[in-house]
Design a protein around this ligand. Structure first.
Ligand code: GAP
Length: 469
């Protein structure tokens, strides 16, 4: 008898996600044959497809389906002054303490959070030191359990490069690897305005790599030192900031539901300690196997970003409304998400274990449009040329439209299990009946039901199956 059940959330552990990611080619530790590089990861054959599908979904939502948002791809290297204007050189720092026993470096704000004490990375060294002193008794080293720590130090997260510095005074004015993509958007705001048909309100969206010297390397791809961001900055009239902010919050929530993430695993976290210029700040949180943590920031930033760049560059970044003649520095609301973090949320949410005929199958129940492979095609037996030939023909036809995989290795049950573990929605099997009747078996990943479909109709069959997915 087929008994099917889904694991409950508690059974989706990080160990299971990390193991499946490695075993099935989603995520590998970087430079593994050299012992790895902390907090850096590589995406394998299925990880790169999943990440691409996430980015495409984001771009469709943010750019393609919006008349008022355009895309951008700015460079990773930017003028050093940008990071002074943004406040990163002076203030982009995490509070660090070192364990006196094992010398592990630890993020104090995270240690405090773990014992239920709110601490914001934006607090000054003195503010967080005070909170640390009050709560010292509750804190222990994550690595050795030690209770003796150094004083708090703020550790700047910007990663320096030696680009263009051929002289001895290298290091005085370094070019950084960008720490967030949105600075490239702010400094191109005038270019976009002058070269395209946008007018306020409008947004600029960008997906790209960023680099941060994160202190702690834990939680897999949740916090890495190199990662991709998907950021959209929306430029608006000052009076419209909060109205537009509420709309953006709703849109961002809907986006995560559209990825197939279960609503019970999402929540809003309100920032209590706002930076001085911010009007409002909420994070979308996801219930990762280690608890609810930030997935995306949705923030109302006032006119801080453009005012700072106007001040540091000496350029006029104000906007004049051609109809009302009103002149102002646009306010900005932003939606800022990480590709890796979204991927970890998608992997955790899709992961399921089911008992089928007394055996446990692991299945990734990705939304169809996120699945790395859409259709797998198998000949029942690999040593029967007629079956292989027909299966290859089907594969060659379907791969023009869909990311497909051809597999003739091992028994059919094993091939299904493998496709279940990478979340392939459909498998097509060619058997001896196919040769006589011109049809094949299509097996559905979730229901495991099988139906015979004429090979000549597979194109239209899958068109319907993937419509609106
Ligand atoms: N421009 C605003 C900004 O960069 P952030 O909260 O520092 O804000 C935005 O980052 C998003 O980028 C986060 O919500 C998260 O999804 C992702 N992110 C931040 N740091 C990350 C890291 N070290 N590793 C992976 N993703 C990260």
């Amino acid at each position: 008898m087929t008994k099917v059940y889904m694991t409950n959330k508690n059974e989706v552990t990080m160990e299971k996600i990390v193991s499946l990611s490695k075993r099935r080619g989603f995520v590998f530790p970087s430079s593994e044959i050299y012992g790895g590089l902390a907090a850096v990861y590589d995406y394998g054959p299925y990880g790169v497809e999943l990440a691409k599908n996430i980015k495409e979904a984001w771009w469709r939502e943010m750019v393609q389906s919006r008349e008022d948002i355009v895309g951008l791809d700015s460079a990773i290297f930017m003028h050093p002054k940008i990071w002074q204007a943004s406040g990163h050189v002076a203030g982009f720092a995490d509070p660090l303490i070192e364990c006196k026993t094992c010398h592990a470096r630890l993020r104090l704000d995270h240690l405090l959070e773990d014992v239920g004490v709110a601490a914001d990375e934006k607090m000054s060294e003195q503010e967080i030191e005070q909170i640390f002193i009050k709560n010292k008794a509750k804190i222990k080293c994550l690595s050795c359990g030690g209770k003796e720590f150094t004083d708090v130090k703020k550790f700047n997260l910007l990663v320096k490069s030696n680009l263009g510095n051929f002289t001895e005074d290298w290091g005085k004015d370094p070019v950084y690897l960008r720490g967030e993509t949105c600075q490239g958007i702010y400094v191109n705001y005038k270019n976009v305005l002058d070269s395209s048909r946008v007018k306020i309100p409008f947004g600029i969206a960008q997906i790209g790599k960023v680099f941060r010297n994160e202190i702690t390397a834990r939680q897999f791809i949740f916090r890495t030192r190199e990662f991709e961001q998907m950021e959209m900055q929306y430029f608006i009239e000052p009076e419209k900031e909060m109205e537009e902010y509420e709309k953006l919050k709703k849109a961002r929530w809907r986006f995560y539901l559209s990825l197939g993430i279960k609503e019970k695993n999402l929540s809003w976290h309100k920032h209590e300690n706002l930076v001085f210029y911010a009007k409002q700040a909420y994070d979308v949180e996801y219930n990762f196997p280690f608890g609810f943590k930030e997935l995306e920031g949705v923030h109302a930033r006032g006119d801080y970003d453009l005012s700072q760049h106007a001040k540091f560059s000496g350029q006029d970044l104000s906007y004049t409304d051609l109809e009302t003649k009103k002149k102002y520095i646009p306010h900005i609301i932003e939606a800022s998400a990480g590709v890796g973090r979204t991927m970890l949320a998608v992997l955790s949410d899709a992961y399921a274990e089911e008992e089928v005929n007394g055996e446990i199958r692991t299945v990734m129940k990705f939304n169809k449009f996120l699945a790395p492979v859409k259709i797998a095609v198998f000949p029942l037996l690999k040593n029967k040329p007629a079956l292989v030939k027909l299966a290859k023909e089907i594969y060659n036809n379907l791969k023009k439209e869909y990311r497909c995989e051809f597999d003739d290795n091992g028994n059919i049950g094993k091939r299904y299990r493998r496709q279940d573990e990478i979340g392939t929605p459909y498998c097509v099997t060619v058997d001896f009946d196919s040769l006589e009747k011109g049809d094949a078996t299509v097996r559905d990943r979730d229901s495991m039901e099988q139906e015979r479909v004429k090979t000549s109709e597979l194109g239209s069959y899958f068109k319907k199956k993937f419509a609106n997915s």
